[in-house]
Design a protein around this ligand. Structure first.
Ligand SMILES: CC(C)(COP(=O)(O)OP(=O)(O)OC[C@H]1O[C@@H](n2cnc3c(N)ncnc32)[C@H](O)[C@@H]1OP(=O)(O)O)[C@@H](O)C(=O)NCCC(=O)NCCS
Length: 179
Protein backbone atom coordinates (compact mmCIF):
# COMPACT_ATOMS: atom_id res chain seq x y z
CA UNK A 1 0.00 0.00 0.00
CA UNK A 2 1.25 3.43 -0.90
CA UNK A 3 1.18 6.85 0.69
CA UNK A 4 2.64 10.06 -0.67
CA UNK A 5 6.21 9.27 0.41
CA UNK A 6 6.27 5.63 1.49
CA UNK A 7 5.03 2.18 0.63
CA UNK A 8 4.22 -0.57 3.13
CA UNK A 9 5.27 -4.05 2.06
CA UNK A 10 5.87 -7.47 3.61
CA UNK A 11 9.23 -8.31 5.21
CA UNK A 12 11.82 -10.15 3.11
CA UNK A 13 14.88 -12.10 4.29
CA UNK A 14 16.99 -9.48 2.52
CA UNK A 15 15.78 -6.82 5.03
CA UNK A 16 18.02 -8.30 7.75
CA UNK A 17 21.06 -6.10 7.00
CA UNK A 18 18.96 -2.92 6.99
CA UNK A 19 17.34 -3.86 10.30
CA UNK A 20 20.70 -4.66 11.93
CA UNK A 21 21.85 -1.10 11.12
CA UNK A 22 19.42 0.39 13.66
CA UNK A 23 18.17 -2.37 15.94
CA UNK A 24 21.01 -1.79 18.45
CA UNK A 25 21.08 2.00 18.10
CA UNK A 26 19.93 3.42 21.44
CA UNK A 27 19.07 6.77 19.86
CA UNK A 28 16.31 4.87 18.06
CA UNK A 29 15.39 2.14 20.51
CA UNK A 30 15.15 4.41 23.60
CA UNK A 31 11.96 5.81 22.06
CA UNK A 32 10.25 2.45 21.56
CA UNK A 33 7.29 1.87 23.82
CA UNK A 34 7.90 -0.16 26.94
CA UNK A 35 11.66 -0.32 26.40
CA UNK A 36 11.04 -3.33 24.17
CA UNK A 37 14.55 -3.24 22.69
CA UNK A 38 16.52 -2.52 25.85
CA UNK A 39 18.85 -5.48 25.47
CA UNK A 40 21.24 -6.05 22.53
CA UNK A 41 19.63 -7.98 19.68
CA UNK A 42 21.51 -10.54 17.58
CA UNK A 43 21.02 -11.15 13.86
CA UNK A 44 19.87 -14.67 14.83
CA UNK A 45 17.00 -13.21 16.86
CA UNK A 46 16.21 -10.75 14.12
CA UNK A 47 16.03 -13.51 11.51
CA UNK A 48 13.46 -15.20 13.74
CA UNK A 49 11.56 -11.90 13.97
CA UNK A 50 11.40 -11.74 10.16
CA UNK A 51 10.24 -15.38 9.98
CA UNK A 52 7.48 -14.62 12.51
CA UNK A 53 6.53 -11.39 10.75
CA UNK A 54 5.86 -13.13 7.43
CA UNK A 55 3.76 -15.91 8.98
CA UNK A 56 0.03 -15.41 8.92
CA UNK A 57 -1.24 -14.24 12.30
CA UNK A 58 -4.70 -13.14 13.42
CA UNK A 59 -3.30 -10.86 16.12
CA UNK A 60 -0.18 -9.33 14.54
CA UNK A 61 0.54 -7.83 11.13
CA UNK A 62 3.98 -6.32 10.48
CA UNK A 63 5.25 -4.39 7.48
CA UNK A 64 8.38 -2.74 6.15
CA UNK A 65 8.24 0.99 5.48
CA UNK A 66 10.19 1.87 2.33
CA UNK A 67 10.49 5.04 0.27
CA UNK A 68 8.23 5.27 -2.75
CA UNK A 69 10.94 6.91 -4.79
CA UNK A 70 13.87 4.50 -4.37
CA UNK A 71 12.43 1.51 -2.51
CA UNK A 72 14.83 2.30 0.33
CA UNK A 73 14.16 0.44 3.61
CA UNK A 74 13.32 2.98 6.35
CA UNK A 75 11.89 0.88 9.18
CA UNK A 76 8.85 -1.07 10.24
CA UNK A 77 5.30 -0.72 11.44
CA UNK A 78 2.83 -3.20 12.89
CA UNK A 79 -0.62 -3.85 14.21
CA UNK A 80 -0.40 -5.93 17.36
CA UNK A 81 -2.92 -7.29 19.84
CA UNK A 82 -5.57 -7.17 17.11
CA UNK A 83 -8.89 -7.87 18.78
CA UNK A 84 -11.48 -8.97 16.21
CA UNK A 85 -14.29 -8.99 18.77
CA UNK A 86 -13.85 -5.33 19.71
CA UNK A 87 -12.29 -4.47 16.34
CA UNK A 88 -9.30 -2.73 17.93
CA UNK A 89 -5.57 -2.94 17.40
CA UNK A 90 -2.38 -1.61 18.92
CA UNK A 91 -0.02 0.15 16.56
CA UNK A 92 3.75 0.48 16.51
CA UNK A 93 6.02 2.39 14.14
CA UNK A 94 9.77 2.90 13.79
CA UNK A 95 11.75 4.81 11.21
CA UNK A 96 15.11 3.18 11.93
CA UNK A 97 17.10 5.42 9.59
CA UNK A 98 17.54 8.58 11.67
CA UNK A 99 18.40 10.70 8.63
CA UNK A 100 14.73 10.31 7.63
CA UNK A 101 13.29 11.58 10.93
CA UNK A 102 11.30 14.80 10.86
CA UNK A 103 10.73 14.72 7.11
CA UNK A 104 7.16 13.50 7.02
CA UNK A 105 7.85 9.82 6.32
CA UNK A 106 6.54 8.53 9.67
CA UNK A 107 3.33 10.54 9.45
CA UNK A 108 2.79 9.30 5.90
CA UNK A 109 3.36 5.68 6.98
CA UNK A 110 0.91 6.14 9.86
CA UNK A 111 -1.72 7.44 7.46
CA UNK A 112 -1.26 4.34 5.29
CA UNK A 113 -1.68 2.15 8.41
CA UNK A 114 -4.88 4.02 9.30
CA UNK A 115 -6.20 3.46 5.78
CA UNK A 116 -5.35 -0.24 6.02
CA UNK A 117 -6.82 -0.56 9.52
CA UNK A 118 -10.07 1.32 8.97
CA UNK A 119 -10.79 0.94 5.25
CA UNK A 120 -9.54 -2.60 4.62
CA UNK A 121 -9.51 -4.43 7.96
CA UNK A 122 -12.71 -2.78 9.18
CA UNK A 123 -11.22 -1.92 12.58
CA UNK A 124 -13.02 0.46 14.93
CA UNK A 125 -10.22 1.75 17.17
CA UNK A 126 -6.46 2.06 16.85
CA UNK A 127 -4.37 2.78 19.93
CA UNK A 128 -0.71 3.19 20.84
CA UNK A 129 1.58 3.94 23.74
CA UNK A 130 4.14 6.74 23.54
CA UNK A 131 6.56 8.00 26.18
CA UNK A 132 6.27 11.62 27.30
CA UNK A 133 9.82 12.45 26.13
CA UNK A 134 9.01 11.42 22.55
CA UNK A 135 7.60 14.76 21.41
CA UNK A 136 8.30 14.11 17.73
CA UNK A 137 6.16 10.98 17.78
CA UNK A 138 3.36 12.69 19.74
CA UNK A 139 3.31 15.57 17.21
CA UNK A 140 3.16 13.08 14.34
CA UNK A 141 0.29 11.09 15.90
CA UNK A 142 -1.68 14.26 16.68
CA UNK A 143 -1.28 15.34 13.05
CA UNK A 144 -2.86 12.02 12.09
CA UNK A 145 -5.83 12.67 14.39
CA UNK A 146 -4.88 10.53 17.40
CA UNK A 147 -6.17 11.87 20.71
CA UNK A 148 -4.57 11.60 24.14
CA UNK A 149 -6.74 9.13 26.04
CA UNK A 150 -4.88 8.70 29.28
CA UNK A 151 -1.60 8.58 31.11
CA UNK A 152 0.20 5.60 32.59
CA UNK A 153 2.02 7.41 35.36
CA UNK A 154 5.75 6.75 35.79
CA UNK A 155 5.44 3.72 33.53
CA UNK A 156 8.85 4.01 31.88
CA UNK A 157 12.32 4.16 33.47
CA UNK A 158 14.60 6.15 31.17
CA UNK A 159 17.87 7.99 31.82
CA UNK A 160 17.70 7.64 35.57
CA UNK A 161 14.11 8.61 36.21
CA UNK A 162 10.55 7.52 35.63
CA UNK A 163 8.49 8.97 32.78
CA UNK A 164 4.81 8.87 31.95
CA UNK A 165 3.49 6.82 29.04
CA UNK A 166 0.67 8.43 27.09
CA UNK A 167 -2.10 6.27 25.65
CA UNK A 168 -3.34 7.68 22.36
CA UNK A 169 -6.14 6.42 20.15
CA UNK A 170 -8.28 7.18 17.15
CA UNK A 171 -11.77 5.92 16.37
CA UNK A 172 -13.04 5.06 12.92
CA UNK A 173 -15.57 7.94 13.08
CA UNK A 174 -12.75 10.41 13.79
CA UNK A 175 -10.72 8.97 10.92
CA UNK A 176 -13.71 9.26 8.56
CA UNK A 177 -14.28 12.88 9.64
CA UNK A 178 -10.76 13.86 8.54
CA UNK A 179 -9.99 11.40 5.71
C1 LIG B 1 8.06 8.70 15.62
C2 LIG B 1 8.40 8.66 14.13
C3 LIG B 1 7.73 7.44 13.51
C4 LIG B 1 7.81 9.93 13.49
O1 LIG B 1 8.14 9.90 12.13
P1 LIG B 1 8.88 11.17 11.47
O2 LIG B 1 8.97 10.90 10.02
O3 LIG B 1 10.14 11.45 12.20
O4 LIG B 1 7.83 12.33 11.81
P2 LIG B 1 7.24 13.43 10.85
O5 LIG B 1 8.35 14.18 10.18
O6 LIG B 1 6.23 12.80 9.95
O7 LIG B 1 6.45 14.35 11.88
C5 LIG B 1 7.09 14.78 13.04
C6 LIG B 1 6.47 16.08 13.48
O8 LIG B 1 6.98 16.35 14.78
C7 LIG B 1 7.57 17.62 14.81
N1 LIG B 1 8.67 17.52 15.74
C8 LIG B 1 9.91 17.07 15.53
N2 LIG B 1 10.62 17.15 16.67
C9 LIG B 1 9.79 17.64 17.60
C10 LIG B 1 9.93 17.94 18.97
N3 LIG B 1 11.08 17.75 19.61
N4 LIG B 1 8.85 18.45 19.62
C11 LIG B 1 7.67 18.64 18.99
N5 LIG B 1 7.49 18.38 17.68
C12 LIG B 1 8.55 17.88 17.01
C13 LIG B 1 8.00 17.89 13.40
O9 LIG B 1 8.13 19.27 13.18
C14 LIG B 1 6.87 17.24 12.60
O10 LIG B 1 5.74 18.09 12.53
P3 LIG B 1 5.50 19.05 11.25
O11 LIG B 1 5.47 18.16 10.05
O12 LIG B 1 4.18 19.69 11.53
O13 LIG B 1 6.63 20.00 11.20
C15 LIG B 1 9.93 8.62 13.88
O14 LIG B 1 10.52 9.84 14.29
C16 LIG B 1 10.61 7.47 14.59
O15 LIG B 1 10.52 6.34 14.14
N6 LIG B 1 11.31 7.75 15.72
C17 LIG B 1 12.07 6.74 16.46
C18 LIG B 1 11.22 5.59 16.98
C19 LIG B 1 9.96 6.06 17.63
O16 LIG B 1 9.91 7.06 18.32
N7 LIG B 1 8.87 5.30 17.40
C20 LIG B 1 7.58 5.59 17.97
C21 LIG B 1 7.46 4.98 19.30
S1 LIG B 1 5.87 5.34 20.06
Amino acid sequence: MEGKLVRLRAFEKSDLDSIMKWINDEEVTDFLAGGMLTYPVSSIAEEKFIEAAVKSSDTDKSFVIETLAEHKYLGGTAFHAINWLNRSAGLGITIGDKSFWGRGYGTDAMRVMMRLGFDKMNLHRLWLHVHDYNQRAIASYEKCGFKREGVLREDRFYRGRYHDTIVMGILESEYRATA
